[in-house]
Design a protein. Structure first.
Length: 439
């Protein structure tokens, strides 16, 4: 078999694999765009594959393109219904689309194809490289849910951070986010290599870190330096944390603390050999500062709400508890406030809006009665009262219930999994309510 014959055989295999994906059930309107874009890319490749005069270099390049499309198609086999919460995935898709829109060659706006996949590792969003999508109509954004946590929608709020990563890679939003947030976060400690070095070796830096820096010096024969690339990576991560908080509200900080803190046994240290992320303590302290600046450290519910108000006091208190030393405070309130205002100017109407006191109390009380947390009721003439509730407010109520459940009357015996499943059911019911109201 010649290289060209093998290329054509590979093309037929990939084309057949794409056709076979149609047998899966992915949820409302979730496979159509994916299929059309992949089919379009294959059609453009076929125009070249049918050419008998291809040289070896072109054949190799086309094989690389086919392998890439085959990898995309393989993802769809891990994205059928039941592998993750599709109501959450649908809400996440609608939240991310405005940030990831890009200008096409005709001057119009092109939305990405956001495809959701169940995967083994942690929460990630893979935004397709611009080179890969240069000749395509739309870019792919692959959202990867950890399969073991498919029912844990409260933890899914961490996707706010991942949306930040994807937005920073987008052509339009990325430039805006950098210009609006980078300046505010690079005035002092993260200004340059010298500033970072002074901070790491300050008199009040943690003893464990000093010991580790000394060991690094002895082992490598030179002192540790946070290079400009890694410093940019730190700023990138911190901006994504702020994006997550602004997009998902207190639920993001709750998920961030729950998922990330356990992976940092020493929250004041970081990996010296590959320092892509700042210490956890720096990230948590910054988010607590931002919570105060946004006034989200205050309760939404009023005293009249009784036990729910007590539960919320417990929730916000535990959420914004900051046990870390002042050394981990690398930004002033003014710097974070400036970054928040800059990010808000880009995120605009996507920024989280907390519910009213009555709404939040009703959502929490429904959970305490083992009911999905939505706002409903019956009016005086026995007609159902249907309300459109932001899915992020449902997550907010879920976290408030979980952290403050010991203050509720009667005290709830729901475990974390059942709490998540009720919240997931609420997202599904809310989707039905929204469809009815929009119709």
């Amino acid at each position: 078999m010649t290289p060209l014959e093998f290329l054509r055989e590979e093309f037929r295999n990939v084309d057949r694999a794409l056709e076979e994906t149609l047998r899966y059930d992915y949820g409302p309107e979730q496979s159509k765009d994916f299929y059309i874009e992949c089919a379009g890319r294959l059609s453009r490749i076929k125009l070249e594959v049918d050419n008998d005069g291809l040289d070896r270099q072109t054949i190799a390049a086309l094989r690389g393109d086919l392998n890439y499309i085959a990898a995309l198609i393989s993802l769809i086999e891990r994205s059928h219904l039941g592998e993750f919460s599709w109501p959450f995935a649908d809400d996440l898709r609608e939240l991310a689309k405005p940030l990831l829109r890009e200008q096409n060659l005709l001057g119009g706006q092109s939305e990405p194809i956001i495809h959701v996949v169940a995967d083994a590792p942690g929460y990630r969003i893979r935004y397709e490289d611009a080179v890969r999508s240069a000749s395509s109509r739309r870019r792919f954004t692959i959202v990867l849910f950890p399969r073991p946590l498919k029912d844990h929608v409260l933890l899914h709020a961490i996707f706010g951070h991942e949306i930040g990563h994807a937005a920073l890679e987008a052509t339009n939003a990325g430039a805006l986010l950098r210009s609006q947030a980078y300046p505010a976060l690079t005035l002092n400690v993260l200004a340059d290599e010298i500033s970072v070095d002074s901070w790491l070796n300050a008199f009040d830096s943690p003893d464990d870190l000093k010991t580790e820096l000394a060991a690094y010096h002895q082992r490598m024969g030179r002192p540790f330096r946070l290079t400009s690339d890694f410093r940019d990576s730190w700023i990138h991560e911190l901006i994504c944390d702020l994006c997550g908080l602004l997009l998902f509200g207190p639920a993001f900080l709750a998920a961030h603390r729950t998922i990330i803190e356990p992976s940092h046994p020493n929250p004041l240290k970081f990996e010296l050999t590959e320092p892509t992320h700042p210490p956890y303590a720096v990230r948590h302290k910054m988010l607590c500062q931002a919570m105060r600046l946004l006034h989200w450290h205050k309760t939404v519910t009023l005293h009249v709400e009784g036990d729910v108000h007590s539960a919320e006091l417990e929730f916000v208190s535990s959420l914004t508890r900051d046990p870390f030393p002042n050394w981990a405070k690398v930004f002033s309130e003014q710097e974070i406030d400036s970054a928040i205002h800059g990010l808000k100017s880009v995120l605009s109407e996507l920024v989280y809006a907390p519910p009213s006191s009555g709404t939040l109390a009703k959502l929490v009380r429904r959970l305490n009665r083992r009911l999905p947390p939505i706002v409903d009721g019956i009016d005086s003439i026995d007609k159902p009262i249907l309300v459109s509730t932001d899915f992020r407010q449902i997550l907010h109520a879920g976290w408030l219930f979980w952290d403050g459940r010991k203050q509720l009357e009667p005290q709830s015996e729901l475990d974390f999994l059942k709490t998540n499943r009720l919240c997931n059911q609420a997202l599904l019911q809310q989707r039905a309510i929204n469809e009815f109201l929009n119709a």
